[in-house]
Each structure stands twice: as C-alpha cells, then as structure tokens.
Design a protein around this ligand. Structure first.
Ligand SMILES: *[C@@H]1O[C@H](CO)[C@@H](O)[C@H](O)[C@H]1NC(C)=O
Ligand SMILES: *[C@@H]1O[C@H](CO)[C@@H](O)[C@H](O)[C@H]1NC(C)=O
Length: 278
C-alpha cells in the first residue's frame, strides 16, 4: 500500500464512520514506519498522518454533510440543529482538491429530522427547511458537480463509501427479542439480511448520483457485507464523553454504541476493498 501511496495524499472526507475507516487505514499502515519517520498532526478539522520516507499522507477531513454547514467543527456541533449551505462545497473542496485519492461518505447525519437550508443568495433571509433525504440530494448534487467538473480520472481517484449499517433493534434479526447490538457475539447468518436503518430510497438516490459520474467515481459498496456484523460494534466498550448515570449503568444496552465499529474489525475490510481498487 505504501508503494501505491508514494508521493501521494490519500484523504478521507466525511463523518465519524469515515473517521473510523481512516483510523483503520492508519492502524493497518503505520506499524511498518519507524517511529522517527512518522507523525500525526493534532486533532482538527483536517488531521494528517505523515510517512516521511514515502512522502505520503493519510488524512481525514471532517465534513459530515459534504457541503458547508454549521456542523463543520469536529467537536462543537449539534446534530439537532443542522444548517447547510446547499450550494457551497467550496470551503471544503479547497481543502480536499489537492489530494490524489479521495474517499467520501455521508449518510447518518441526514437521518434525523429536517435540515435547514441557507442559500448564498439569501444570506439574511429565513432558512427554508427540507427533509433529510431532500437535503442530502442537494448536497450530493453540489458534490457531484465538483467531481464532474474537477476530477480527471487518470490523475485523481475518487471513491464513495455507501451506508454503514447500524444495529439498534435486535427484533429485526431475532423476532420477539428486545435488545440491540449489546452482548451480540456472532454475525447474522441469514443471507441477504438488510436492516431497516439502511434506507432504500437514500440508497437509490445515491446510486443515481454516482452512476451519473461514470468512471470519475468508484463505489465502495459496504452495506450488505457489513449488515451481518451486529457483533462488530463497540457497544459499551468505548470512551463515553459524558458521565453515565446509575440508571444507564444498570442497563448497558441503553448506552451501547451500535453505530461505530471496533478496530481491528469491519472497516479494515472496507480498506482492503480500496486497496484492491488502487
Ligand atoms: C512529495 O509529495 C508532494 C505531493 O503530495 C509533491 O508535491 C512533492 O513534490 C513531493 N516531494 C518529493 C521530494 O518527492
Ligand atoms: C450497493 O449494494 C446494494 C445491494 O447490496 C444495492 O442495492 C445498491 O444499489 C448498491 N449501491 C451502489 C451505490 O452501488
């Protein structure tokens, strides 16, 4: 992989799932680089792992809604009050345009309630509101316009990673049960299992946008293969930023993380797919 990356910038752009995939990539690659030949910049909107001898970087840009939004600070953001600038990818694209290999994702941040829109022409006007799917379609459209006009496939590789499944309702794989991913130790074995959280209308919209871009973008379709892995989430085994109450502690399922993935784990496989595309 380092030979493929020699002299290049590989950049992941997206939300915390994409950050997990970036960390997976750094973990897979960093151990062969001697300690004094590698560095990591502090956590910021753009975080960079650098391997000196290869003149290569593996970077992550926090841009959960792809277009410019009020959620662009990697720490200070609120999922509940999202305002996007649907016609502005410029602020972010100026940070990603010089990368040689780009890996985008976006999904979960569109899944909660309406999103406010602030068009450049209506700087001081009232914000319109749109449902998540409609807003995501606008953002994907702005992103696709950038890809269509700026990407030359011989010079730049662009990937889009599809929906990462969540496992919040065990009744979907075990009818009658009441849990979530907590204490799940084995993958789902029924072939073609598909959870309701992987929204099909969103998938169809993404399909349409991506197929319009032809060879300028490659799809890393991780959804089906990850659906089986109800056992792959960190559940209670992660750092929680807020103190957990006694009631929560008495009911571990209540605070289990069934969105992100343990490492080593599922995102390593997504990165192996990328490796084979390069
Ligand atoms: C290192 O890589 C950058 C691109 O990321 C390139 O512009 C630069 O010329 C390279 N430097 C050397 C010494 O190869
Ligand atoms: C990803 O795969 C699923 C089936 O597993 C399919 O329905 C969907 O259209 C694919 N998405 C893309 C963007 O290729």
């Amino acid at each position: 992989m380092w030979e493929k990356l020699r002299g290049k910038r590989l950049m992941f752009v997206g939300d915390s799932l994409n950050r997990g995939q970036w960390i997976s990539m750094v973990c897979l690659l960093q151990s062969v680089i001697p300690a004094d030949k590698k560095s990591m910049t502090p956590n910021a909107q753009l975080t960079i792992f650098r391997a000196e001898e290869y003149n290569a970087t593996v970077e992550f840009l926090w841009a959960p809604l792809l277009v410019e939004s009020n959620s662009d600070d990697p720490v200070n953001h609120r999922l509940s009050e999202r305002i996007i600038r649907p016609d502005s990818v410029l602020k972010h694209s100026s940070q990603w345009e010089h990368a040689d290999i780009l890996i985008f994702n976006s999904y979960l941040w569109w899944r909660q309630g309406p999103v406010k829109l602030l068009w450049s022409s209506e700087e001081n006007g009232n914000c319109e509101e749109l449902d998540g799917l409609g807003a995501m379609e606008l953002a994907m459209g702005a992103w696709a316009d950038w890809v269509a006009s700026k990407v030359i496939p011989q010079k730049k590789r662009v990937f889009f990673v599809t929906t990462s499944p969540t496992h919040f309702w065990s009744q979907e794989w075990e009818p009658g049960s009441e849990g979530n991913c907590y204490n799940q130790m084995r993958p789902i074995t029924s072939e073609g299992y598909w959870g309701s959280a992987s929204d099909l209308p969103t998938m169809r919209m993404v399909d349409k946008v991506l197929s319009g871009l032809g060879s300028k973008v490659s799809v890393i379709n991780i959804t089906q293969l990850s659906e089986y892995r109800k056992d792959g989430h960190p559940s209670i085994y992660r750092k929680f930023w807020e103190t957990l109450s006694p009631q929560q502690l008495a009911n571990p399922a209540s605070y289990s993380d069934c969105i992100h993935w343990c490492l080593p784990g599922v995102p390593d496989v997504w990165n192996e797919l990328i490796f084979h595309f390069l």
